[in-house]
Design a protein around this ligand. Sequence first.
Ligand SMILES: [Zn+2]
Length: 462
Amino acid sequence: MQRRFSRAALLAVSPLLVAAPLLTCPAQATPAEGSGVAWEIVEGLTTEIGPRLAGSPQEGQARAWAEVRLNALGFQNVKVEPFKTLAWTRGEEHAKLTAPYAQPLAIAALGMSTPTPAKGLQAELVYFPTLDALRAVPDGSLKGKVAFVDHAMRPAQDGSGYGPYGDVRRRGPSIASQKGAAAIVIRSAGTDNHRNPHTGVTVFAKGVTGIPAGAVSNPDADLIARIAGRGKPMKIDLTLLGKPFPDAPSGNVIADLPGRDPSLPKIVLACHLDSWDLATGAIDDASGCGIVTAAALAAQKEGKTLRTIRVLWAGNEEMGVTGGGSKAYAEMHGDEPHAVAMESDFGADKVWQFRLTLAESNQAMAERIKAALWPMGIVYHEGAATGGADVSGIIAKQELAVVDLGQDGMHYFDLHHTPDDTLDKVDPAALQQNVDAWTAVLKVIANEPGAIARVPGSKGEG
Ligand SMILES: [Zn+2]
């Protein structure tokens, strides 16, 4: 986040700096220039493709871009694997409070929102401080009204606030529909105070009718909370014209760096190629694709690893809850032996912790992973490594071993799914630290000669 100081403020705190020629302009940080494979992928994808919403022509262009890039980097068996998916397209969107005070609102529709009438929806806005408060009202009681759901998401180093508070976005619209609401507006699932709404997908439960659903920026949610506190009825004029788009074209891109023994189960490293449409998807998830791809190459820099390393640049992660790239990969490659799955989809800040889901029989390998990461100041955390959305399908199907490298999440949800998810937010040094950590892990697991398993007796190799 850049912070600009006015010249007057600087002069006030430091009279000695009055004559300094550098102060003739307000201070402005220049984004750092990076280099290397990871940076080139993030820079290239965000510059030459940009926003790449799942199912859109831009996501298709990103697949073609990925195919060319992965071949040029020396990967083998580079393939685009198309699939059809439920996607969503954004439409015109705006909102304002009309009572008790006229106030414009910064809003973005959530993925899978159904459209309001073209001329907008004018209705009473009912304030709920939490998702539980919305759950507590009787079914049907919000007929003809718009629900507003507030929450208190705060930054956390491991990003764990996204679980409970992300549910306001994921489940809130479905619950509001069950209560009879004509539409729902939520406080963004985000931790910044920019006037940027955070988009993201919502999921209407089976049998529940879709309703228009949008998120307002945190400052706008603060405003609504203050007005609600004054106790006068609120009215909203809401226009959200985005709508679901069934059978949209999407696809995965896969590419291999063959190992010395191709008969051994492979290591799969995933990221996702699609992004939300409000920005260029630099941290979510061009960075992930840059990190896993650069690390795969770095692990083979001094010669082939024993096992094949595959990268999976998945299609439709963002809206793939009912069947995106993860499901398609598991269907197409579920019969090929895999050993370990890993995923990078939490931005580009430094890796600070790791988790392992490995069988007791792989204790020696686990110790080698720890020994490789400790010198980098990366700490071991108990608890299961779960991979992520893009590898969840294959992990479930084959009960795979998993290694999670956890990035610092203190700023991730300032940018996540907003117009601020752009290249200048990626710190090239932190991006490279990710690559180095992934490379260190890969050198251990991709050279492991013994069977790798999740738990003894699982369908994995063990
Ligand atoms: Zn993501």
